[in-house]
Design a protein around this ligand. Sequence first.
Ligand code: C5P
Length: 233
Amino acid sequence: PRFWLVVPAAGIGQRMNAGCPKQYLRIRGRFLLDITLSRLLEHDLFIDCVVPLHSADTWWSDTEASHNARVITCRGGGERIDSVLSALVTIEDRAQAGDWILVHDVARPCVSHDDLTRLVTELVEHPVGGLLAAPVTDTLKVAEMGDQGVDVCGTQDRSRLWRALTPQMFRYGDLKQALEQAVENQCVVTDEASAIEMAGATPRIVEGRPDNIKVTLPADLAMAEFILGQLEA
Ligand code: C5P
C-alpha cells in the first residue's frame, strides 16, 4: 500500500487572537507547523506531504518544512474541506484511487508515534479507513439561546461519544469523491470522516491518546509545550 500525508494549514486561527495564524506560533523557538510536520515525517511511510496554505500566507518561506523536498504546498480554500480537496487535486496525476491519504491538522503537534503506527496497522486492511478518536470525559449538553440566557435542551449519552482527532485515514478515490459530494450538497463538514459517513460508509475508530490536542486557544499553546516535553521524555 502507498501512503500520502495531507496537513491543512490554510486556516487563519481566528480564535487564537495572536496576530499570526496559529500554525506559525512558536514553541521553544520552533513553528507549530514545523513541530507537527517533523513528528509525522519521522515515519518513512509517506510518498509526499501536501500542505495547503492560505493565499495571503507570508510565513511559509521561513519554515524548516519549506526546505524539505518531500513537502509540497498548494493553495488552500475557504473552508478546511476546500483546502483538503485542493491537496488531493494537487497529487491527482500521481495518486492512485486505492492509495491511503492521512489528513492531519497542522494544529495538532502532540500526535504520538505510537498512535500513528497503530492507526495505520489497524486500518491498512480495512475497507473504508477511519480515524483516531478519544472517549469523551465531560458531560455534554445540547443548549439554545433562551429569553434570559442559554437554556439546556438535553444531555447526550456520554458512553457513546468520542472526540474526533487526527490523523484520519481514507483511500484517495473515496475521500475525493466524498469531499466533492459534501461541497456540492453544501454539507457542514469539519472532518474527513463526516464526509465519508455522509457518503454511506462506516469509518472505524482507533482509540488515540487524549493529549493529541488541537491548539485553538492561547492556553492550549502552554499545554502543547508541556505534552511535547512528556512525549520526548
Ligand atoms: O479552525 P480549525 O482548528 O478547525 O482548523 C482545523 C485545521 O484545518 C487547521 O489545521 C487549519 O489550518 C485547517 N484549515 C485549512 N483551511 C481552512 C480552514 C482551516 O486548511 N480554510
